[in-house]
Design a protein around this ligand. Structure first.
Ligand code: ATP
Length: 274
């Protein structure tokens, strides 16, 4: 099992009507690595993560995460954590209640979980607000709570969509450190963000998605070298060169998967129970 990639995709494709959100995506991401997933707005990053986390079915192609097929939602549950872009949290609950509830859904042992929740709250400087209702939280406080929820059960693979969104510089730095620590203990991190310095700092490999296709993959340094901007090559230069946007629109279409938005996975489950 250790030889197989933690995240594998073979020809993953997702179409919504006439829109091809993701096209023939191949991935092979080793365990314990941090994969930075970049791409302009509408490139297909969220769609990719939703396929890899079992939230939406590919139109074509196959994939597995932690050795479990991405069509096996239930099988994936214990192995993955997902921090989506807009984490659904119970406004009426306190962070502590929310996290205990999430742990309960996963049958985590009560006492060890309490210690783990406390340690994570402490690390993210949320202890003093742990008994405040989430309705009264700032965006950053919500984000911290959702992050803890995504990693609480120590999943093999964590999918993070803009994890530092809303965090102040200190909290963002703490979180970057936590991502690196996750990888150090063998967790695989799939990190989608527009904040290139975050990727430069924590990612082992970067994949750049453009118009649904993977147009480049390599270490941050590899990609920087590929930039043709002369002396001051940066990941940003590489990104801009590889994703020159000539498209006019990325129009809104039907929302065939909206029901699936509130299924499975840590941060999402709570909504389904009402
Ligand atoms: N449920 C849906 N129904 C129809 N089209 C969709 C749906 N979800 C995504 N799309 C389309 O698929 C394409 C990729 O969208 P996606 O949200 O995956 O991009 P993204 O890279 O995550 O963008 P951003 O960086 O802006 O979050 C877009 O053209 C989008 O309009």
């Amino acid at each position: 099992m250790n030889d197989q990639p933690a995240i594998f995709a073979d020809g993953l494709t997702k179409r919504y009507g006439d829109t091809t959100a993701v096209s023939g995506l191949d991935l092979s991401i080793p365990s314990g690595s941090v994969y930075g997933f970049l791409g302009p707005n509408g490139a297909g990053k969220t769609t990719t993560m939703r396929m890899l986390t079992g939230l939406t079915r590919p139109t074509k192609g196959t994939g597995s995460v932690a050795g479990v097929s991405i069509t096996d939602r239930d099988g994936l549950r214990t192995h993955i954590g997902y921090l989506p872009e807009e984490p659904p949290l119970y406004d009426q609950a306190t962070a502590y209640e929310q996290l205990e509830y999430a742990a309960g859904l996963r049958d985590l042992p009560a006492e060890a979980t309490r210690d783990r929740i406390n340690a994570l709250l402490d690390k993210l400087d949320l202890t003093t607000d742990a008994d405040t209702r989430i309705a009264d939280y700032s965006k950053g406080m919500r984000q911290k709570t959702a992050y803890i929820q995504a990693v609480l059960h120590e999943p093999d693979v964590v999918f993070l969509d803009e994890p530092t969104s809303g965090l102040d510089p200190r909290a963002a730095r703490t979180l970057r450190g936590m991502i690196t620590e996750l990888a150090n203990v063998g967790t695989t991190v799939f990190l989608s963000t527009h904040i290139l310095p975050v990727v430069e700092e924590v990612a082992d490999t970067v994949g750049i998605l453009y118009d649904g296709e993977l147009v480049a993959e390599g270490s941050p340094a590899d990609l920087e070298r590929r930039a043709e901007t002369g002396e001051t090559r940066s990941l940003e230069d590489a990104f801009l060169e590889l994703t020159t946007d000539e498209r006019g629109t990325a129009g809104e279409t039907d929302n065939e998967d909206s029901a699936a938005d509130t299924t499975t996975q840590s941060v999402v489950e709570e909504n389904t129970d009402g």
